[in-house]
Design a protein around this ligand. Structure first.
Ligand SMILES: C[S@@+](CC[C@H](N)C(=O)[O-])C[C@H]1O[C@@H](n2cnc3c(N)ncnc32)[C@H](O)[C@@H]1O
Length: 280
């Protein structure tokens, strides 16, 4: 009698084999993954390593200089909230700033410490575990605070901003560099949920929140044109795997692939912004 697998049509067997191989690097399939789950999946680790050389933000070097300029803090200490593997923190340190870097994902902290040490910046950058919702640094600790593509992960954005306000010195500056997607499209909703990026704000949302937290001198710059080449690259590199995963019905297990392709295809629904505000 033929075995079950030999009676299976060969196309279905091939599909199953592909699903199995794909499953080895997929995310864990959580409907609403935590930040740590999202960044710890093999897919995330591999994708960031392959496309970004482990620098965990899509806008790369030009945005670091922009962020530094917007911070306008020539010396003193700054907080990098959500530092990833520490590249932005090291950039700021080379500009002369003392950086307190925090992150919630354990393996990013390990990477950041290694990077800081490798580049001989241990006296300029401290790396600690920390959730930016609950940081306990004393009041008025920092001249500047910034986020680079991490405030989008906030579960309680107002609480985060109130904490930043408390930890800034009077006259201190907050700069947030973030992608900002509208919630029009269903597939983008999926992408935002799967990458734990629920904190995208409607038009005017940043200004209102910052005002509520006590900040003044609000300004917003739209930097979309500067990051589009990078998004285009993600869209092109991810297109074939994305179509293949869709055929297999497992695209939701490959958050970064969907995010890369759909964010590019729906870029008209999003922008990349630099938000700046001052503690009076
Ligand atoms: C896209 S990466 C950006 C990393 C870094 N800012 C950069 O530009 O290379 C987002 C980072 O934010 C961190 N993160 C997300 N939510 C956080 C939270 N509540 N507290 C601290 N870090 C957080 C993640 O662990 C991740 O390392």
């Amino acid at each position: 009698m033929p075995s079950k697998s030999s009676s299976m049509p060969s196309q279905r067997r091939r599909k199953l084999r592909l699903r199995y191989v794909a499953g080895l690097v997929a995310n864990n399939g959580a409907y609403y993954p935590s930040v740590e789950e999202y960044y710890s999946s093999l897919e995330s680790r591999f994708g960031y390593w392959l496309l970004l050389g482990n620098a965990r933000h899509c806008a790369l070097r030009a945005m670091e200089e922009k962020l530094y300029t917007r911070l306008d803090t020539k010396d003193g200490s700054v907080l990098d909230a959500g530092a990833g593997s520490g590249y932005v923190a090291m950039y700021m340190a080379r500009k002369g700033l003392d950086v307190q870097a925090v992150d919630i994902t354990p393996h990013h902290i390990v990477d950041a410490r290694k990077n800081v040490h490798k580049h001989h910046l241990d006296d300029k950058v401290q790396v600690e575990y920390g959730n930016y919702h609950n940081l306990t640094y004393p009041d008025a600790s920092f001249n500047g605070i910034y986020t680079m593509e991490t405030f989008v992960h906030a579960d309680d954005p107002l609480k985060v901003l109130q904490g930043f306000y408390r930890m800034l010195k009077p006259g201190g500056v907050l700069v947030l560099h973030e992608a900002d997607f509208s919630r029009n499209s269903e597939v983008l909703q999926d992408v935002l949920r799967l990458s734990h990026c629920q904190n995208t704000l409607e038009e005017g949302g940043y200004e209102r929140l910052l005002e509520e937290a006590g900040f003044t001198d609000y300004s917003l710059e739209d930097l979309t044109d500067e990051v589009l080449p990078m998004w285009r690259l993600f869209g092109i590199v991810g297109y074939v795997p994305y179509q293949m995963f869709r055929l297999l019905g497992i695209q939701h297990r490959f958050t970064n692939v969907i995010a890369g392709v759909e964010a590019y295809l729906n870029w008209g629904d999003g922008r990349y912004i630099s938000v700046r505000a001052v503690k009076p």
